[in-house]
Design a protein around this ligand. Sequence first.
Ligand SMILES: Nc1ncnc2c1ncn2[C@@H]1O[C@H](COP(=O)(O)OP(=O)(O)OP(=O)(O)O)[C@@H](O)[C@H]1O
Ligand SMILES: [Mg+2]
Length: 359
Amino acid sequence: MLSVVFFLVLSFPFYSTKTSYAGNNPSGSTMKVSHICLWVTLTFSGLVNAFDPITTTVVVGVGAALGRTIFNYFKETCDPKWIAYNATGLKTDLDNKLFGQHIASRIILKAVNGFMSNPNPKKPLVLSLHGWTGTGKNFVSQLIAESVYAEGMHSRFVHVFTSTLHFPHAEHMATYKSQLQQWVRGNVTNCERSMFIFDEMDKMHPGLIDSIKPYLDYYEKLDGVSYRKSIFIFLSNAGGDGIIQTALEFWKAGKNREEIELKDLETTLSLSVFNNNKSGFFRTSLIDKNLVDFFVPFLPLEYQHVVQCAMAEMKARNLEPNPDVADQVARDLVYFPKSERVFSVKGCKTIESKLDFYT
Ligand SMILES: Nc1ncnc2c1ncn2[C@@H]1O[C@H](COP(=O)(O)OP(=O)(O)OP(=O)(O)O)[C@@H](O)[C@H]1O
Ligand SMILES: [Mg+2]
C-alpha cells in the first residue's frame, strides 16, 4: 500500500500548468487538478483504514513533503536554474540556422548580448523586427527565447500576443488596453526576466501599444515593479516593401546581398513604420520617445536560401539531406518580381508541407 501512496505523490508534479493570456480558457488544467484531488480523497479514504492514525499521519506528511520537493524540482522557476543566457548558443544558432539575414543576425546578437550581460539595464530591451513574410521573424524570436530560457518558447515566462487572436475587435480597445497592462504587470511581478512577443503588430489597432509605453521607459520602478530586465519583441510586415526595394536595387546593380548595410534601410524603415497607419506603431509615443532600441530589417529570401531551408528541414526530420529534393522544393515556389524572379513570395514558409510531397 505504501507503494500506492508513493505513486500518488510521484505522479502529482507532472500536472503543472502554463499561464495564458486572458481569453484563453484555463479550465483544462483546473479540471485536472480537481480530478486529482477527488482521486486522492477517494483513494486515501480507503487507505487510511489500513493504517493506525499515527502511521497514516506520518506517511501522508512525508509523502506531501516529498511531493512538494519533487514538484519544485521539475517546475520551472524564475531563477538561474531555468533562466541562464547562453551567448555562444545564440551565436551558433544565428550562424548555422538563420539563412540570408546578415543584418538581422548581427543586430540581434549585439543587442541581446549587451542587454543580458548588463546586471543593471536602465530599461527593458525592445526590439522591432520587420520584413516580408516567411523571412524568419518568428524563428529568430524562438532562437532568442531558447538562448535565455531552458524551456525556450515553452517557458512560463515567455508570452506571445497575436493581434488578430487576442485583440480582434476595435470597439473593445479600452478593455484590451487595461487587460494588456494588467497582464504585463502581473507577469513581470511574477518574474522580472519575462519575454513578451507581440506578433502581427501591423494588424494591431494604432494606440493599443501605447498603453504599455510606461513599462518600456527608463523608470526604476512603477507601482513597485521593475520592468528593466524584461524583453519586448514586436513582429511585423510593415516596412517590408521598402526593404524589398533596396534589396532589388542591390541585385539589379549586380552587388552582393551581403553589401547591404543597416544604414541603407534605416530611413525607409523608420518612415514606413511611424507614418504608416497599418504598422501598429502609427505615430505612437513609443517611437517619439525612442523607446524601441533596435529596428531590425529582415531581407526577402532568394532561391539559395529556400534550398538551405529545405536541407535544414530534412535534417530536422532525421532524413539524409538530399540536395536534389531541396532543389525540387525550391523550384516549386513562386518568386517575384515576375520578370526577374528573385525573391520567394512566401520566404521559407510552406517548405515543411512541400517537403511532404517529395520525401
Ligand atoms: N531566414 C531564415 N532562415 C532559416 N529558416 C527560416 C528563415 N525564414 C524562415 N524560416 C523557416 O520558415 C518558417 C517560417 O518562418 P517565420 O514564421 O519565422 O516567418 P515570419 O518572418 O515570422 O513570417 P510572417 O511575416 O508571415 O509571420 C520558420 O519556422 C523557419 O523554419
Ligand atoms: Mg511571423
